[in-house]
Design a protein around this ligand. Structure first.
Ligand code: GLC
Length: 570
């Protein structure tokens, strides 16, 4: 039953969640020949701190990472106590989901005070201590920046609900008549009859998240409430948003992840004005906080025009073909997948943003069902991670994925955790003590229940096992860092990718190194038939050797089921 509900949930949520825009599918891209040797080199590096080109991030969900005071909710002191573990993974930086004051109708994405840590996580001093403790270990910290909406409990919104005009009247998108009939799209709808102000407010996601007003580019002359993006009240809001960023950067943050970054300015074709807002924030960062790293939840190369160091693509349909569906994803042993739709998206997005920013190919996050779910085994998970760490991108590891934590079949609506968003946010599994070491609190009072399975993976067990998923991930992170060709700016040359075919073969290249990667997630032995022959000598540096046959100017690479091979070409 659950297996069948997941694709349905994803198909509703994924296409629209982050940008409010439904993208047409990109035409697929197929490959079947070796590239010209003269092309094998690195991409130009985008502007940004040197550390980012080879950086690996770790995502921490503060609710469920580590609870230091036994109240059932994770907190900053808990995170601090686990920083040595985080460091041991070999990652460079962490992204922490929103930790600001909030009524928690959307797990903290509904902010009621941008300048204050939610008491359940600690205090602003604890945030300062967390930044410091992370820096002492060489770890950078990103906060989650929600610029496109607040909570209905935010004082700005309360003031804007007042029928008497005031400073905040225009800070949110309000129609000028409660009887206005109209909708924008699935994630941006009008809420009617909320307060005494005669008008409807635009929600940006849940009804409790009113859209901040960054204006409309294409305005309907009859709807006078649609303000231009350069309206003075909007300019004031934009300045305030810069202050928010400045506040956390001055406290010690190293950058941010921008939530729903493409939704700021409404009816904004090509995101011209939305990019302008973000460029303003990035100009401030460049001047006062050089070296900041920013990543956008914005599945469009427009993010690179907005000045982001990186952006996620996971809300695009082509992305589901990787491992999100349970029957015909590419990375399933059933072997019914197709990599060419994903490449159609990825290669074009990469070309559009090349030299400006990097794509991040996240394997999982708090909105996506965990990669370890029904019917997948350890090898499936490893092959997914091999892909995520050998493709050009800035990898983000979702807490717990490094030990193979499982998606749980929970049906809980707590704080907006509907559908699969509950079972992917369960407490981190540290050891075999109470609540798997997450909290000393009562088990039925935890923010989310822990995995009840007797064989639920834990950090402590996996630390002791050299062959564990945890040690596999550590090894993979170290491997990636040891190879310049695998850095985010390493060149990418697809070699073999055919519709409904396995394996997937590609070359990565820096100016000093060339690697050829063969990945076959299918359970069947598979053969790539490639035009051309390699001039270089190849030596296997990781994985299981494949069989190579070269005849009549064609190379056939045959690789056993559920395996991969990485060769150095010299
Ligand atoms: C982003 C967050 C998600 C949240 C949504 C609306 O997509 O990742 O968790 O629910 O924004 O706030």
């Amino acid at each position: 039953m659950k297996v069948r509900t997941i694709p349905a949930i994803l198909s509703i949520l994924l296409p629209l969640a982050a940008s409010g825009k439904e993208y047409p599918m990109e035409p697929p891209l197929c490959y079947d020949s070796f590239p010209d040797e003269s092309l094998l080199k690195a991409d130009p590096k985008p502007v940004g701190p040197e550390w980012m080109h080879n950086a690996v991030f770790y995502q921490i969900y503060p609710q469920t990472f580590c609870d230091s005071n036994g109240d059932g909710v994770g907190d900053f002191k808990g995170i601090i106590s686990k920083l040595d573990y985080v460091k041991s993974l070999g990652v460079d930086a962490i992204w922490i989901n929103p930790f600001f004051e909030s009524p928690f109708r959307d797990a903290g994405y509904d902010i009621s005070d941008y300048y204050k840590v939610a008491p359940r996580y600690g205090t602003n001093d604890d945030a300062r201590a967390l930044f410091k403790a992370a820096h002492e270990r060489g770890i950078k910290v990103l906060f989650d920046f929600v610029a496109s909406y607040t909570s209905i409990d935010h004082p700005w919104f309360k003031a804007s609900c007042d029928p008497t005009p005031n400073k905040y009247t225009n800070w949110y998108v309000w129609t000028d008549d409660t009887w206005f009939e109209g909708q924008e799209n699935y994630t941006a709808m009008f809420v009617q009859g909320y307060c005494e102000r005669n008008g409807n407010y635009l929600q940006n996601f849940f009804w409790s998240q009113p859209a901040l007003n960054f204006g409309y580019v294409e305005r309907d002359p009859k709807q006078k409430w649609q303000l231009p993006p350069d309206h003075p009240d909007i300019t004031a809001l934009r300045e305030e948003m810069k202050n928010v960023v400045r506040f956390w950067m001055e406290m010690g943050a190293d950058g941010f992840r921008a939530d729903m970054a493409g939704t700021l300015v409404k009816k904004d074709p090509d995101y011209i004005k939305t990019c302008e807002v973000w460029r303003g924030i990035h100009a401030m960062l460049d001047k006062d906080f050089p070296g900041a790293f920013t990543i956008a939840e914005w599945e469009d190369s427009a993010a690179s025009r907005g000045g982001f160091s990186s952006n996620f693509l996971h809300w695009r349909r082509e992305y589901y073909d990787l491992w999100f569906r349970d029957k015909d994803s590419y990375f399933l042993s059933a072997g019914k997948g197709d990599i060419t739709n994903f490449l159609g998206l990825y290669v074009r997005q990469k070309e559009e943003s090349c030299g400006r920013n990097y794509i991040s190919l996240t394997v999982g996050n708090h909105d996506l069902p965990r990669v370890n779910r029904w019917g997948r085994d350890r090898t499936d998970l490893e092959l997914i991670q091999i892909f995520a760490f050998t493709m050009p991108n800035v990898p983000f590891v979702y807490y717990g994925d490094e030990i193979g934590m499982r998606q749980l079949p929970l049906k809980i609506g707590r704080e907006g955790c509907y559908g699969t968003r509950a079972g992917d946010r369960t407490p981190m599994q540290w050891d075999r003590s109470k609540n798997l070491g997450f909290s000393t609190g009562e088990s039925d009072k935890l923010w989310m229940p822990v995995d009840p399975a007797p064989d639920a993976p834990t950090v402590a067990d996996e630390e002791r096992d050299p062959g564990s998923m945890l040690n596999f991930i550590r090894g993979l992170i170290a491997f990636r860092k040891a190879h310049t060709a695998l850095a985010a700016n390493g060149g990418f040359f697809p070699v073999y990718a055919q519709p409904h075919a396995y394996p997937f073969v590609f070359i990565r290249a820096s100016d000093t190194e060339k690697l050829l990667v063969v990945i076959n997630p299918s359970a069947q032995e598979s053969t790539a038939s490639i035009k051309g022959v390699l001039k270089e000598q190849k030596s296997l540096i990781r994985g299981t050797d494949a069989k190579w046959d070269e005849a009549d100017g064609t190379t056939k690479i045959t690789i056993q089921g559920k395996s991969f091979a990485i060769y150095e070409l010299k």
